[in-house]
Design a protein around this ligand. Structure first.
Ligand code: G3H
Ligand code: 13P
Ligand code: ZN
Length: 331
């Protein structure tokens, strides 16, 4: 058993308080390997931003949970080596689905966990979330719960349709569970195909325009639980220039569409203080690797294509921090 404080990590409590007061949001970027972790830390250091390193169950299976934990510990030391005196880094479990998984992460040094009971009945969600909160708070670990269902794929759980968060449930849910932050469903979804073309309209140039986020629901929630930290999942924007590179060099990503960055920028100025971005990073790496391999067919050293992929990823993260979330210079 190791407490996250021994690893130099922080929980999300102060981070979210400052984000709400300062009208910005902190990025939660998923990582599964060394290059992603390096890009996240480099971007956080260069922008002087707090950051949340997220690990999904899929990441734990892919990369080994112990290795990921030591990489997060390494991330703190790496940030210091890059010149950040006091790195503000949270190690967070993304979409934890059982008490046992959350407990295992808390016991091995995570500073924050998500218990995603959104696929259960309302009462079962409360029971499960409360159990995780009671365990986590003994160790000062912060807990994110979820109300409402996002469409798309999250680990092995996939939902074809979303269910918006019902504002009338939020006071009861946060009071009875004791969660520290609440993920809500207002029209974002996971993955690179967030909307079907039938759900979109087209602008004058024929470009697909997705339906807007339900800011009315967000505002209702903010009125009911003022100052309570809100989380948005499924917040990749699916940059079309990167999709074009992927498709130019042999990819087949059709009808890919994300959440427009202006809408995320607006959300970041509200009580939304954590914005989850994973797919955009995957797209950035894939675009860079496809381009490199297509243009340099004789090269075979993974470092030669992973280095430009890592650089593309870092630029994407810095762009998000600087222009979308507004968390630069807040660490
Ligand atoms: O919400 C899902 C995240 O993008 C993690 O995805 O389960 O494939 O690692 P993953
Ligand atoms: P995206 O698929 O939109 O990047 O969402 C990531 C996410 O919500 C991770 O929990
Ligand atoms: Zn998610």
């Amino acid at each position: 058993m190791v407490n996250y404080k021994e690893l130099g990590l922080v929980n999300s409590k102060e981070m979210f308080k400052k984000a709400i007061e300062g009208k910005y949001a902190v990025a939660a970027f998923n990582f599964n390997n060394m290059e992603q972790m390096q890009a996240i830390v480099q971007a956080a250091v260069e922008t002087k931003s707090p950051v949340i390193l997220q690990v999904s169950s899929g990441a734990r299976k892919y990369a080994n949970q112990t290795l990921l934990r030591y990489m997060a510990q390494g991330a703190v030391e790496y940030a210091k080596e890059l010149g950040m005196e006091k790195p503000q880094i949270v190690l967070h479990l993304d979409h934890g689905d059982t008490f046992e998984l959350c407990k295992s992460c808390i016991d091995m040094g995570f500073s924050s966990v998500m218990i995603d009971g959104s696929h259960h009945s309302y009462e079962d969600n409360i029971t499960l979330t409360k159990k995780v909160v009671e365990y986590a708070h003994q160790f000062d670990v912060t807990v994110e719960g979820e109300l409402g269902v996002l469409a798309g794929v999250e680990d092995e759980v996939s939902a074809e349709h979303h269910t918006y968060t019902r504002p009338e449930e939020v006071i009861d849910f946060v009071t009875r569970t004791g969660v520290d932050s609440l993920a809500i469903s207002i029209g974002t979804s996971h993955g690179a195909n967030k909307f079907t073309p039938a759900q979109c309209t087209r602008d004058a140039n024929g470009i697909l325009v997705p339906p807007p986020l339900r800011f009315d629901i967000l505002e209702d929630i903010e009125k009911l639980i003022p100052g309570f930290p809100i989380v948005l999942h499924g917040s990749s924007s699916v940059p079309q220039d990167l999709i074009a590179i992927i498709n130019k060099y042999g990819g087949e990503m059709k009808d890919s569409i994300g959440i427009p960055e202006e809408q995320l920028r607006k959300a970041a100025t509200s009580a939304v203080c954590k914005i989850n971005i994973d797919s955009d990073g995957r797209i950035a790496m894939t675009a860079a690797i496809r381009e490199f391999l297509a243009l340099e067919p004789t090269k075979f050293d993974p470092r030669q294509y992973l280095a430009p992929a890592r650089e593309t990823l870092k630029k994407l993260y810095m762009q998000k921090i600087n222009n979308v979330l507004g968390s630069a210079n807040k660490a």
